[in-house]
Design a protein around this ligand. Sequence first.
Ligand code: SF4
Ligand code: SF4
Length: 244
Amino acid sequence: MDLDILKKALASRSGARLKLWMEICARCGLCAQGCHFYQSDPRPEHVPAYRLKPLAELMRRKGNVDEAFMQELVDTVYGTCTMCQRCSMFCPHGINIAFLVRATRALAVSQGMTPQGLASGLANALEFGNNLGISEEDYLETVEWQLEELQGEMPDARAPMDKKGAEVLVTFHPRDIKFYPQNLYNYLKLYNAAGIDFTLTSSKGWDSTNIGLFAGDDPAAAELAGRVVAAGENLGVKTILSAE
Ligand code: SF4
Ligand code: SF4
């Protein structure tokens, strides 16, 4: 562990909004109604506000914690929250638990403690342009395969690749390319039936998920979002359609 880096990361995260939300939480537990973890297993540690405990303790101790503390923090903020934000709908103060969870995850990232499953997905995203590590060849072949299938039903269907000046750039969840190509079929069918002037991109900007954001890794999140934006700008589209 590097306490200097941890303290700097904590200081950079401790803006007014974060401090306000941490202070005004009334521990009322109303947010529990919105959380699927709590609903499926109603333990006190599954109340959404419980996810704020490690951050509150870190702030109280001004970053002076040990590895065992950080490991517990990792288990709490990665293991019991999907950052869906549903709990915020039930909070009378409008506290955004997911925002605070993500801030806490960033502190774990500062110590190189991103859980292995997320870290490998992130490495895939940075190397291959998608978090499942699908090669460009496989991606293009899957698009071609599903287009051919679709043309059996809609002979005029198209899936333009890198069409300059199209109105819309469509992006995908890699899961749909790797495991559920039928979803890709359905998306293409929908866009063709709706008469949308769309394009796909063969660049590394086709993955609409941002695993860097989910992991709490800001530089990686910015890199991945930047690729999608760059793909849209290079093609001159007006809109980028995100699959998720
Ligand atoms: S509903 Fe809001 S104020 Fe109440 S415990 Fe949850 S986060 Fe805190
Ligand atoms: S953001 Fe986290 S704590 Fe809130 S409802 Fe979703 S999983 Fe539960």
